[in-house]
Design a protein around this ligand. Structure first.
Ligand code: DHB
Ligand code: MG
Length: 219
């Protein structure tokens, strides 16, 4: 086993309490043959802690998948908070709905099924109250577009987190022809050019392999 997987297992065993809602969401996601691309439990707890540190009450998630990270975020917003989560794939949204219901978080979670860019434009048109934290975890080629739209649903202090930007180490490969790699490269270039943001990115290793994330705050 990779050293970093072994280390992650040690970290998870000692620091992460897998409650039944999260365990059920993973089990049901596997039974439903969803891709295993949800965050690890250590990453989920990191998102939860970030939301707690920010005292986030309104969270927007792009890319629900089976709702595993959604449940972590719903735990963080507490009673009276809300997680709005967007999923393009109907079957994934259906599994997420089951998992979130089973977790008892239907009242503080709104799953919207459809194209994320279209739905974000709709939220902007409806003058939706800005979010405290935005977790971008949907299709990688559209990250720059999602960033632009997310900024219109933000306010000073909004935290924007971009998942999976290191692409197994290909991020710095300027000759890549992979549309996911090119998507995250553009995203990071845009973060850098965006006057309204202060940003960084960190690389990670663990049971989900070699990856990384961006973290930004709206000025
Ligand atoms: C991929 C997407 C994810 O959201 C993730 O967490 C891991 C991998 C992917 O599209 O490759
Ligand atoms: Mg992801």
């Amino acid at each position: 086993m990779d050293k970093w997987s072994n280390n992650d297992i040690f970290i998870i065993k000692n620091l992460i309490e897998e409650n039944t809602a999260l365990a059920n969401a993973l089990e049901n996601s596997r039974k439903s043959n969803l891709p295993e691309s949800e965050v690890s439990s250590a990453q989920g707890k990191f998102l939860y802690l970030l939301a707690r540190i920010k005292n986030a009450k309104r969270i927007l998630e792009l890319g629900t998948l089976g709702g595993y990270s959604t449940i972590w975020l719903a735990q963080a917003v507490g009673d009276g908070g809300i997680v709005v989560t967007i999923e393009h794939v109907k079957e994934y949204a259906d599994v997420a709905k089951q998992n979130i219901e089973c977790a008892g978080f239907s009242d503080r979670t709104k799953i919207i099924q459809g194209d994320a860019a279209d739905l974000l434009r709709k939220l902007i048109e409806e003058q939706t109250e800005p979010f405290d934290l935005i977790f971008i975890d949907a299709d990688k080629p559209s990250y720059s577009q999602y960033l632009n739209l997310s900024l219109q649903l933000s306010k000073p202090g909004t935290v924007i987190y971009g998942d999976n930007v290191v692409r197994n180490g290909e991020l710095g490969n300027q000759n890549s022809i992979d549309d996911k790699v090119i998507g995250v490269q553009r995203f990071i270039e845009d973060l850098g050019k965006q006057e309204a943001l202060e940003s960084t990115a960190l690389q990670t290793v663990g049971i989900k392999g070699y990856d990384g994330f961006t973290l930004s705050i709206v000025k």
